[in-house]
Design a protein around this ligand. Sequence first.
Ligand SMILES: Cc1cc2nc3c(=O)[nH]c(=O)nc-3n(C[C@H](O)[C@H](O)[C@H](O)COP(=O)(O)OP(=O)(O)OC[C@H]3O[C@@H](n4cnc5c(N)ncnc54)[C@H](O)[C@@H]3O)c2cc1C
Ligand code: SF4
Length: 334
Amino acid sequence: MEALPEFELLRPITIAEAVAARRSHPAARLLGGGTDLVVNIRRGIEAPGQLIDLTAVAELGTIKANAEMLEIGAAARLAAIAADDGVLAHYPVLAEAAASIAGPTHREMGTLGGNLCLDTRCIYYNQSHWWRSANDHCLKTTGAICHVAPKSRGVCFATFSGDLAPALMVLGAEIDLVGPEGARRMPLEQLYIGHARHDGSSGDGKRYLALLPGEIVARVRAQAVPGLRSAYDKIRIRRSIEYPVAGVAVALRRAGGVLAELRVAFTGTNPRPVLLAGTETLCGGALDEPAFARLDALVRDQVMAMKTTFTPGHYRRRMAGVLARRLVMKLFAG
Ligand SMILES: Cc1cc2nc3c(=O)[nH]c(=O)nc-3n(C[C@H](O)[C@H](O)[C@H](O)COP(=O)(O)OP(=O)(O)OC[C@H]3O[C@@H](n4cnc5c(N)ncnc54)[C@H](O)[C@@H]3O)c2cc1C
Ligand code: SF4
């Protein structure tokens, strides 16, 4: 299918109305800018009867960023985040990540919430209905096996590719959720449950978010950490408009010649954004070659790129490590 099917568009203007719309239409899908969801609908990947457009909810559109704190609503546009003076001055990793997403027109439409909840991607999934039918579909939709890993025993390895999640993770962001059962807050990394190597995650590339039925991402927030330096980099096939082959966010603190704190997060490699575990073992000393060797080892262990894109998995993992090294070096040098 390449023509849009019929659907009803609901446009709440308050959070309470959005939650009520979600409660009355449990099968509805939330709509941010539609730059990913509408493409999937056109491809016949999904056909929701109702879309709940969140972009008219004024409370969800705000951006507050200063030297103390960051708070951004889920309906804030990517272009506005990238251009916000407070974000640019105090949270450069976020401004850089937002500015690197898709192309300029997508950034005018795309939202924070849509980016954080972006569907996972795979070369066997992001295709027309006709193409997927010719391959008997796959686990992520109605098929019986995973074409990437036929012996995966029910696990889908589709890749999370949103650029904002790693940037916000290295800032220590939390996420506010609202839903029929009330509001809750949690560390952003807990939103993601896609399969990962070490933590016995309950999800995979098909079930990749910890949202409860009817829950909506309302906003993200973070406290500024004095002295934290941060930056984002990614490689992609077409630099002007493309999902990441690998994306890396780094935040670190330096105390004299010593690496005092290091946070590194990746996208485009696993069924979830990966906040690298074990970076504290690199801290407390000089940033020397043994420290970089340890960083490489952590990346090799936790970044698990599969053949879900046209770029081979081993190349994406290698590039994730190279980008991380470069950013750490650059930020440490100041
Ligand atoms: C050519 C092209 C290139 C792209 N390149 C990139 C790239 O480099 N990096 C990148 O990150 N993305 C990329 N994208 C994907 C997309 O444009 C962005 O991720 C964008 O930020 C998605 O936001 P949106 O508001 O348009 O999401 P939508 O398409 O509106 O929604 C995406 C998903 O999020 C859900 N959702 C939306 N808001 C909420 C909410 N508040 N709470 C819970 N769920 C919600 C929707 O139901 C849907 O499942 C690209 C897309 C295209 C077409
Ligand atoms: S990783 Fe496997 S199950 Fe998941 S979308 Fe790709 S082919 Fe389908």
